[in-house]
Each structure stands twice: as C-alpha cells, then as structure tokens.
Write a protein that binds this ligand. Structure first.
Ligand code: ADP
Length: 631
C-alpha cells in the first residue's frame, strides 16, 4: 500500500515553526518530552490491563528503550505502552486538540525569548522532536491490535501514513538528526540527559550500549564488540521515595514531566499520611499561570491519581476545587480500589477525605509562601485572581482564604496588590469597626473614585479592588476576623464615631441649609434616582452615586449590559456636595429648565466617574455645552 499523504492542521504548522525557532537553545528537552510521553503510555496500558490483561499479550514488561544508530544518524525512543491506532496517530500528531490554541497563537509577540516562555506554558510535547530532527517517524501498534502504522514527517506541513508490519506493541519515535546534532548519538551524553531529566520515571529506561572488550590473553587476545542494554534511571516512582533522599532538581524534573510546563515550580509539598487511610501527596505550585487559566476553560489536568503506584487517571476535578486548578501533582492512595471509576470518585468517602486534605495542604503551602513577601508577590500576580474565586466556592475555607488575599490600598504603594486584611486591621483607626473597600474596573478608576474623598480626608484606609472577580467575591463575603466589609460606594457610610463634635455640627448645619436645593434636585431627577441627599462622602467632587448594599457596582452593571443582560435593580441615590462651586452655581439658577440641565449634569458626571454608561450621551453633551456657553 503506498504511503498516504496528509496535511497538518494549520495551527500545528505555526506551533511547530515557533517551537523549532524559539526553543533551539534548549533543544535537549525533546528527549525529556518523548520519554514523558512514553511513560504516560506505559501508565495507560497498565491501567487498561487492570480490566483486560490480554492487552499485554505475551509481553507484560513495561519499559522504554533508547537506541542510537551512528550510521543512520538516528536516535529512537521505544515504549512498550498503550500505542496508537491509525486514527489516534492522525488525531494526536496531526492536530492540536487543545482549546485555546488560537488565542495562544494570537498572544505571541514575535520576540523569541518571550515566545519561548509562552510555548513552554502551552506545553511542548511531541513536536519538540523537530527541534533536532530533519525527519521523524512514529511507528505504533495499539495494545490488543494486530495492525501497526507508521507516521512520518519532515515537519514542513505534511506527513505520511503507511502500514508497518511486524512492529512490536507500543510506540517507537525515530528521529533522523539534523546536521550538527551528533551529540545525541553519543551514549554517555544521552544517559546523562536521562539521568538529569528523567531519572524519576517509574519505568526502566534502557539504553543500548556498544561495549568493546578484550577477550583471551597473550596471542589469543582479541577485541570483541558486544551490545549491552543498561537501565539508566532509578525506575522508581519519585513520590514513593523518602523526602530526605530527593534532591530539588529531581522534584523540578518530575514537575516538568507531570505538568508539561517548561518552567520550574515555585514550590512544592511532599507528604505521606499513614493511618486509617494511607496516601501520599506531592503537590506543586507553578511559577507561571498557563495562558488560559483565567478563561476557566482550561482542561483540568495535572493532578494525577495513583492507586498503589498504578496510574489511574487525571483526577484534578475530583481532587481539587476549581479555584485551585493551577495546582499540579500526584496523589497515590493505598486504599482505593484499583478499578475505581470517575463516577465512584465523585461519591467516595475516602476520596472526599483525600480531597479536603489536598486542599488543606495547598492552602498551607500558599500560606507558607505568603510569609515571604517577594515570592508571594510573584505568586499573587499569577494566581491571585483565580484564588479569589475561593471564598465563594469553598465556604468552609473562607477565613483561611481571605487571609491569603492581597489588595491595593489607599495606604499602599500604587497599584501593587500587597496589603493583607491583617495589615489593614492592624492599621485601623480608633473607632473604626469596618473594612472599607471600593471596586472598579481599573486601578485608576478605583483610586480616583469620588467615594474615597471623605476617607482620605479623615485618614481612613480603603482597599482598592480592580480585578473583575472582586465585585463577585465581595458580594459573598461578610466579614474577616469579626470585622464586616463595607463598600464605600454602597449604603450609608457612618463615620460619626470617628468625628469630633464640631465636625458633627457643621454636617448637620450643611444638611439643613441645603434642604431647598435637595428638594429641587429631587424633583428634576424624578425617575432617575431613588433620592437626592447631601453627601458626607465628598470633599472635592460635586456629586456621586450611591447604591444599595444588594446592588452590583456600576462598572459591573454596564459590563453586563454590554453583554446583553437585563440589569434590574434599584435606582441609585444621588449625593451632592453643597460646598462645591458647581453645586453652588446650580443652586443660584432660577430658570427651571436650566436648573434641570444642571441636575442631569450632576447625575451624568457621577455615573461616568463610576465607570457607568450614559443612556443618552448626546443629550449629556448638549446640556454640558449649553451650560458652558451660558453667561
Ligand atoms: P501532550 O503529551 O501534552 O498531550 P503531545 O503532543 O506530546 O502532547 O502528544 C499528543 C498526544 O499523542 C498525547 O496526549 C498522547 O495521546 C499521544 N502520544 C504521544 N506520544 C505517545 C506515545 N509514545 N504512546 C502513546 N500515545 C502517545
């Protein structure tokens, strides 16, 4: 049968091109990636064979083998794992199934270094073979199948498929090396790389070695060449070894294997629990968030469930809540049945226990990291917004999670999110009993919010929240350490127990004398606002809008409106500052029509300052121009 020619999916070509160019300085990683795939394939076969051991045929051994051929300039990596059928070869090696590939490609900058980092996060995988190979052949026989197929490509956009008779079960990836890549034909170089990157692989990795020895003595002596196979790795699951024997580099290499991340982990925790239930957890926090983390659509992989060292499945969804979807690692249980199914995992009491202990360990690990301000800043910038989903999703850990939160603050350093709630409480003023915050869609909008004016004047700190998830999170938390949260843009702000007597009197007087103005504004804005009041929030701005506690912040309302959602909810309250020259000017206006223009001006301005949207922007401009031109 002639080889059948096919084209790569367009995205594959782009990813391939990018990989070859941007990862060249790290070209040796191809070996790690191919070994990692081979090890996964062995894991998968071992699992499948639990229910059907005929899949092993007469070759139960699971292993990898590297064969170098100097003459043919090739290096092959064989695994006796699950193998791939014809269609799996086409689907897995001719397309990139991962959702978000397009948005990933769109995020590339053209700057090699930055892109190398991105592709690392995207996951390098099989295609890394083309960094060093001019031709790649993948010969595979799926376990239990009597057909074998060979996929071949030079990485230029096309590949061929043809039957491959006689191939053993599993997969051989054969790389014909480019000029200049001869180092990978040297056994000592390759065995050093295996030890460096793949020592932790739980299956034996054999390397064929040619040994030349002298046999016999004296005149009889002759040189004999023998081919020997040597196992080059430790071939024991890393997490089963004792912590004290494992080097940091080994943890790092293991992390790369399970996470498909190119970068190092930020930190990890390795624990063994013995008791009613015994299990081991090895959990990692990555340094960098994957590019699609916040989309929340990322396939939830990266937490692998083993039962007595047998890989069972990727079980991130069963063992981790969504807000911890960035955690990677391994859970190995001694007690779960080997034939545990996904459905069983959902309702199994042992699994629930493991899950809550995984969550606890992760939160402890993050808590430990939080003691180091610099490192925590890095963590927070990558995963803070994701962690903020936690207090809503995981009520039982709310207090613990809130402790880990960091915010920008009026007492802080620009937009840096470095203030913890404990810091805030430690700085609260005498008489202050609430934690004040404002939400907005940018740092600028938050820090310039008119609602902050009185707090600035009185020296009361306010947390500035400008992540999209903040408004939602704050809608679900009531208090921290016994102190209630209070949005400065919602409800009544009562700072009276922090005021002195003369402030209080001045406030009451201002209210009294502004009464006629307030009534007039109320009439002019009937239907637009719930009511008009003298503001005790403002010092520099003429007006602001105040929402009721249950309403969603104005910037979020306008976001949802844009997305086509109906936004019912109560009307806002307009607060005005009678000290402000604009308000005083309005007060002097005797013409009712013109006064109404002033009233709308004060309302529309306040709405804009909150990141809201005007219902009728043209009318706003017309009114403003009219007022600018009067007198
Ligand atoms: P990833 O491993 O990140 O999914 P790869 O591009 O490395 O991405 O591989 C794509 C898919 O091809 C894998 O998910 C796996 O299903 C399949 N695959 C790759 N190598 C092997 C192998 N040696 N044996 C069986 N399947 C493999």
């Amino acid at each position: 049968m002639p080889a059948e020619k096919r084209e790569f999916q367009a995205e594959v070509r782009q990813v391939l091109d990018l990989m070859v160019h941007s990862l060249y300085s790290n070209k040796e990683i191809f070996l790690r990636e191919l070994i990692s795939n081979g090890s996964d394939a062995c894991d998968k076969l071992r699992f499948a064979a639990l229910s059907d051991d005929s899949l092993y045929g007469d070759r139960p051994e699971l292993y990898l083998e590297i064969v170098q051929d100097k003459e043919a300039r090739s290096i092959s990596i064989y695994d006796s794992g699950i193998g791939m059928s014809h269609d799996e070869l086409v689907d897995n090696l001719g397309t990139i199934a991962r959702s978000g590939t397009r948005s990933f490609l769109a995020s590339l900058t053209g700057d090699q270094q930055a892109d190398a980092h991105l592709i690392g996060q995207f996951g390098v995988g099989f295609y890394s073979a083309f960094i060093v190979a001019e031709q790649v052949e993948v010969t595979s026989r799926a376990a239990g199948s009597d057909e074998a197929w060979r996929w071949a490509s030079d990485g230029q956009g096309e590949y061929t498929m043809e039957p491959a008779e006689g191939a053993p079960r599993g997969t051989t990836v054969k790389l014909t090396l480019k000029d200049g890549e001869e180092e990978f034909l040297e056994p000592f170089r390759v065995s050093a790389l295996v030890r460096k990157y793949s020592d932790h692989i739980a299956f034996p990795i054999k390397l064929e070695k040619t040994v030349v020895e002298t046999e016999g003595e004296g005149d009889e002596a002759e040189e004999v060449t023998r081919v020997e196979t040597e196992v080059v790795n430790q071939a024991s699951a890393l997490w089963t070894r004792s912590k004290s024997e494992i080097e940091d580099e080994e943890y790092q290499a293991f992390y790369k294997h399970i996470s498909h991340d190119f970068g190092d982990p930020l930190t990890w925790a390795h624990n063994r629990v013995e008791g009613n239930q015994s299990y081991t957890t090895l959990l990692f926090l990555p340094e960098q968030a994957p590019f699609d983390l916040l989309l929340g659509r990322e396939e939830r992989t990266g937490l692998k469930l083993y039962v007595r060292r047998v890989f069972i499945m990727d079980a991130a969804e069963q063992l981790l809540p969504t807000y911890l979807r960035f955690v990677r690692g391994v859970v190995d249980s001694d007690d779960l049945p080997l034939n545990v199914s996904r459905e069983l995992l959902q309702e199994n009491a042992l699994v629930r226990k493991i899950r809550s202990s995984v969550v606890k360990r992760v939160l402890d690990m993050i808590g430990k990291l939080a003691q180091d301000d610099d490192r925590y800043k890095d963590f927070w910038s990558q995963f803070g917004a994701t962690l903020k989903e936690g207090p809503v999703e995981d009520f039982s850990n709310q207090e613990k999670l809130l402790k880990l939160m960091r915010f920008a603050s009026t007492a802080g350093d620009g937009d840096a999110q470095t203030t913890s709630l404990e810091d805030y409480i430690g700085r609260m003023k005498g008489g202050q009993d609430k934690i004040y915050f404002v939400t907005a869609d940018s740092y600028q909008a938050a820090s310039n919010s008119p609602h902050l004016e009185v707090f600035r004047k009185q020296g009361i700190e306010v947390l500035l929240m400008y992540d999209r998830v903040d408004e939602w999170m704050m809608g679900h938390v009531r208090e921290f350490d016994g102190k209630p949260f209070q949005s400065v843009a919602k409800g009544d702000i009562d700072l009276s127990n922090m005021e002195n007597e003369s402030d209080k009197q001045a406030r009451e007087q201002a209210e009294e004398s502004a009464k006629p103005l307030i009534d007039r504004l109320g009439k002019a804005l009937e239907g637009q606002v719930e009511e008009v009041r003298v503001s005790h929030r403002l010092t520099d701005s003429p007006s602001c809008l105040v929402l009721s506690e249950q309403d969603m912040a104005v910037h979020m309302q306008s976001l949802l409106k844009q997305a086509g959602h109906d936004m019912p909810g109560s009307k806002p309250r307009l607060e005005v500052n009678p000290e402000h020259p604009l308000v005083q000017k309005a007060e002097k206006e005797s013409d009712d029509e013109r006064f109404a223009d002033w009233a709308f001006m004060l309302f529309d301005q306040a709405l804009l300052a909150e990141g809201g949207q005007l219902d009728d922007p043209a009318a706003f401009v017309r009114r403003m121009n009219g007022l600018l031109l009067s007198e």
